[in-house]
Design a protein around this ligand. Structure first.
Ligand code: FAD
Length: 402
């Protein structure tokens, strides 16, 4: 294979791109990471709620530099006002500044000798004689970069995936969030609002501090994807929220949440990772843990293949196999849970929440609840002592998917 400018070029410096780039460099490759924007971590389209596992998957300590709050549980509110208190008893997740978090990951990549170029947008990708040729618009100038492997970490509407013939994620849920004055019920708990106020996924409040929360929702509502209408309605009509919301907004974030991974995430000379590959938990829309877990594999496989001078589709399919072995089943179960929740009405959801509001069930959730692996707690809920409390349709569904 002819020499190229870089062994690996990573497109997109979000959490998945930074992690993939760092892992490729750690495995001996020369790595360039390009980012469209002039600034890392901005604009923010995220709540910044990271499980403790997500933090360790990114190989980060929860530093005061970017951790704004710690949470240990959730209050789940159904439409009829029932509140299910889920107390994890210890820190389960961190509320972070995504801007500083992303910048920390980018610094770690640079410290691992990744070259980072801002204001650089990949506009075209071709493969010629086994070499990847990436056209890049850098500070208004078009030029070509050659690489052995290109990693597309370019987010939910990935052009790299499309240009490599891997298609694009089919389903994208609209999400919207404001940061605003909000009198939090308890700083240690997030709030989740299920049912038709946020059809298909849920609404949330995530405390940043005692006075400020991130309030948002994502919806899966057929063609009516106007999430901002649902958010306005939730702020106005949800009695619990409206009594605590102080009005106005300090920040606004909008973005798409990809549901369901691409059928293939590797092709000759190309790997796709993170939101670009649809590696997102369908139960919550969270993509940082899953993206980082897959990015580590992508970086390692890309580097090894480049250094072996074998970047064929078959060589790079190792990435596909390994990430699916790690999180593929959990994503598939998550998609079944998402489809089930989407299929039930408010009455059934109210009944489901009420049926879970029993000490033995809450205890099981406390002991086995896992933001990243919901299948674990569902399996535990199916034990004879617990499952008799659960409403029939949920029991039947859970038995079918686990
Ligand atoms: C409202 C909302 C709330 C969310 N809350 C959470 C949460 O609390 N916890 C959680 O885990 N997840 C959350 N997510 C999901 C999370 O934000 C994503 O899963 C995560 O950012 C994906 O990381 P990534 O690196 O794959 O992509 P991104 O973070 O989207 O990064 C992609 C990068 O690629 C760059 N790029 C794109 N095209 C090009 C190009 N052609 N050339 C160069 N650069 C390019 C972009 O500028 C961007 O910097 C939320 C999403 C939304 C919409």
């Amino acid at each position: 294979m002819k020499n190229t400018d870089h062994d690996v070029v990573v497109v997109g410096a979000g959490p998945a791109g930074c992690t993939a780039a760092r892992y490729a460099a750690k495995n001996g490759a020369s790595v360039l990471m390009i980012e469209d924007h002039a600034s890392i971590g901005s604009p923010v389209g995220c709540t910044g709620l990271l499980s403790t596992r997500a933090m360790s998957e990114c190989e980060l300590r929860p530093s005061d530099d970017f951790v704004l709050n710690k949470v240990r549980g959730a209050f789940v509110h159904s439409m009829n006002g029932t509140c299910l208190p889920i107390d994890g008893k210890r820190t389960k997740a961190y509320v972070v500044s995504r801007k500083i978090f992303d910048r920390t990951l980018a610094s770690m990549a640079v410290e691992s000798e990744v070259e980072l170029r801002l204001n650089s947008r990949a506009v075209n990708l071709k493969r010629n004689n086994g070499i990847q040729k990436l056209q890049v618009m850098e500070k208004g100038r078009l030029h070509e970069i050659e690489a052995k492997v290109v990693i597309g970490a370019d987010g939910v509407r990935s052009n790299i995936a499309r240009m490599a013939g891997l298609g694009q994620v089919k389903k994208i849920l609209p999400g919207i969030q404001i940061e605003a004055p909000y009198r939090s019920l308890d700083m240690d708990f997030v709030e989740i609002f299920v049912g038709s106020q946020a059809p298909g996924l849920f609404g949330w409040t995530v405390p940043v501090d005692e006075r400020i929360s991130r309030i948002g929702l994502a919806v899966d509502h057929g063609n009516d994807d106007n999430a901002s209408v649902f958010l306005e309605r939730m702020l106005r009509n949800n009695a619990h929220i409206s009594s605590r919301y102080g009005g106005g907004q300090l920040d606004l974030a909008v973005g798409g949440i990809p549901l369901g991974p691409l059928e293939r995430t590797s092709a000759a000379g190309t790997l796709i990772v993170g939101d670009a590959a649809g590696q997102v938990k369908p139960t919550s829309g969270g993509g940082i843990y899953t993206g980082a877990a897959c990015a580590r594999i992508a970086g390692e496989v890309a580097a090894r293949a480049a250094l072996e001078n074998d970047t064929s589709a078959q060589r790079l399919s190792e990435y596909d196999r390994r990430w699916r072995a790690k999180i593929g089943r959990e994503l598939a179960i998550g998609m079944n849970i998402h489809n089930f929740i989407r299929s039930i009405g408010d009455t059934e959801m109210d009944q489901l929440i009420a049926s879970m509001n029993k000490p033995s069930i809450l205890d099981t959730i406390t002991r086995y609840g896992d933001m990243d692996h919901p299948s674990i707690v569902i399996r535990k809920l199916l034990s004879p002592s617990n499952s008799r409390h659960l409403i029939g349709i949920f029991r039947a569904f859970a038995k079918a998917v686990i």
